[in-house]
Design a protein around this ligand. Structure first.
Ligand code: ARG
Length: 357
């Protein structure tokens, strides 16, 4: 309780100062009373909007923070049934997708509070491909194996392709989890092809357009929002250098390299590096051609540099996690590689939380 009051105080003071508002003292007394009476306090809409944006600005691992102040915040704290939550998730997806012109957004459901059951979204991202153990190997995305098994236990059945979209799964308190298949008409997907290699199309690869992280906790002024899915747009390396390339994910470098006619028996030919670059070129080319927002890692780093300058002008220290900020392709070609970042975590932020299943 003491801690909640002091977290609230720090946040409210920052909110009033950064927004040139007067009356922080009065608001704080009101909050203290509410906490004494109910054990929690309720953010105003404005506080919630600022809190969600601030949490983004404080996300040390994110290279896309230049746009923190343009986050669209949907206040869904009134949603109380599974169906209401699922409807709001569909609205989020539609709004964010925007026919390809992706809009950064967050939907905030009611926080953890005394006397109310927690709302939890079981999905890691609202859009994600299933992963199945088959024989000795895996079909689809190995990252999704556990969650896919949970979905199957709930009665969902995938088509057993490498790219089956998983359903939304929501659980409220002790109720049984409720699931709903993804509405296909709400999903942007991009078939991957390469500007020069015609054979690339035949690999049959694709990826979804909008990454909506749905398993992290948003903490604002000591209040815990455990269901607060948020999205930006992709940087191409997330797909081309990690999701499709990591050995523990789709592991496509050997296939791409052999289609390119490279000698994959000797590391010294740099076949992995060549395949990586072409895979990333294919991702950028396909998203661009389909009109789905995406940023390349050089541009993203430039934007991050601007963010650093903006913060400096505002008199704020930038915190960052170097190992996450550097792109996985050509990191030393960006300025980020060549400097150090203070990885202190500010308390209004997005946090990992225990899996609810
Ligand atoms: N790296 C994650 C993925 O590949 C997405 C994380 C959020 N990314 C973003 N651009 N907002 O699916």
């Amino acid at each position: 309780m003491k801690e909640l009051v002091s977290e609230a105080k720090a946040f409210i003071e920052q909110f009033y100062i950064e927004n040139d508002k007067t009356g922080a003292g009065m608001r704080l007394r009101e909050i203290q009373e509410e906490i004494a009476e109910t054990g929690t306090y309720t953010h105003t809409k404005e506080e919630l909007v600022f809190g969600a944006k601030l949490a983004w600005r404080n996300s040390n691992r994110c290279i896309g923070r230049l746009f923190w102040n343009s986050l669209n915040v949907f206040d869904e704290r009134d949603a109380s049934t599974g169906d209401e939550v699922l409807d709001a998730l569909e609205r989020h997806l539609a709004y964010a997708s925007n026919e390809g012109r992706i809009r950064p957004a967050i939907t905030v459901f009611r926080p953890s509070q005394p006397g109310e059951p927690d709302i939890r979204i079981w999905n890691h991202q609202l859009l994600r491909y299933a992963g199945y153990k088959v024989g000795g190997g895996v079909m689809g995305d190995p990252h999704s194996i556990d969650f896919t098994e949970k979905c199957e236990a709930l009665g969902w059945e995938g088509e057993k392709t490498d790219f089956d979209l998983l359903p939304f799964v929501v659980k409220i308190g002790e109720d049984s989890p409720q699931w709903r298949p993804i509405r296909k008409d709400l999903v942007l997907e991009v078939d991957l092809r390469h500007p020069e290699y015609e054979w690339f199309t035949d690999l049959g690869l694709k990826w979804y357009g909008v990454p909506v992280i749905s398993d992290m906790e948003l903490k604002v002024g000591g209040i815990s929002y455990k269901a607060a899915p948020f999205n930006g747009w992709y940087m191409e390396t997330e797909i081309g250098a990690r999701n499709l390339a990591d050995v523990e994910r789709y592991n496509l470098l050997p296939k791409v390299a052999s289609c390119m006619g490279l000698d994959t028996t000797r590391a010294i030919t740099l076949w992995k590096d060549k395949a990586l670059v072409e895979l990333n070129i294919a991702v950028l080319h396909s998203f661009k051609e389909d009109g789905v927002s995406i940023v390349d890692h050089h541009t993203a780093a430039q934007q991050f540099r601007l963010y650093e300058e903006n913060e400096k002008s505002a008199g704020r220290e930038v915190t960052g996690d170097w190992a996450w900020l550097i792109p996985p392709v050509s990191p030393a070609a960006t300025h980020i590689f060549h400097k150090a970042y203070d990885n202190t975590w500010k308390s209004t932020n997005y946090f990992y939380q225990d899996k609810p299943y």
